[in-house]
Design a binder for this molecule. Structure first.
Ligand code: RP5
Length: 164
């Protein structure tokens, strides 16, 4: 299965690099598209409604401001929807965070941080969802988790060396 990423604008792309990097690292196929809940609503619906034919297992939706993208996607599918609020000025992402997280009951959107970790965690969460039905991916996800521990230990070793 693959992941479908939607972003409300191409201005969101730089903040999604961490998300794309994780998906590439874990060898998860993905589509990434610029579509807007407000500016191209019909394209969003067509994309979501045809997603199962394209073997999509989860959506990652990133938008800033009045971030309705994840909610609109969730209104049109029962596949899991992961929302990433973009930390745009002047409200620093608080607007997008609240728009994304405050879904009405019955239309779930898993909401990730408006910080640098949000896109990374959305990718890792999507990987964990897909790994439930993909044992080979589950092994890669576990290896990635272990490699993070190793990274921290290396950083600590470097610090200890520096401190003498
Ligand atoms: C949102 O408005 C987009 O997701 C983006 O975060 C923000 C600004 O969009 P642009 O004006 O850069 O197209 O819909």
């Amino acid at each position: 299965m693959n992941v479908a990423i939607l972003m409300g604008s191409d201005s969101d792309l730089p903040r999604l690099e961490g998300c794309l990097d994780i998906l590439r690292e874990l060898d998860i196929p993905f589509e990434a598209r610029v579509m807007s809940a407000h500016r191209t609503p019909h394209d969003v619906v067509a994309f979501v409604e045809s997603a199962r034919e394209r073997n999509v297992g989860a959506f990652i939706c990133a938008a800033g401001g009045a971030a309705h993208l994840a909610g609109v996607v969730a209104a049109h599918t029962s596949l899991p929807v992961l929302g990433i609020p973009m930390d745009n000025p002047p409200l620093g992402g608080l607007d997008a965070l609240l728009s994304t997280v405050q879904m009405p009951g019955g239309v779930p959107v898993a909401t990730f941080g408006a910080n640098r970790g949000g896109p990374v965690n959305a990718a890792l969460f999507a990987a964990r969802l897909l790994a439930l039905g993909d044992p080979a991916l589950a092994v890669r996800v576990e290896a990635h988790r272990a490699s993070q521990s190793e990274d921290v230990r290396k950083k600590d070793a470097r610090l200890q060396e520096k401190l003498g």
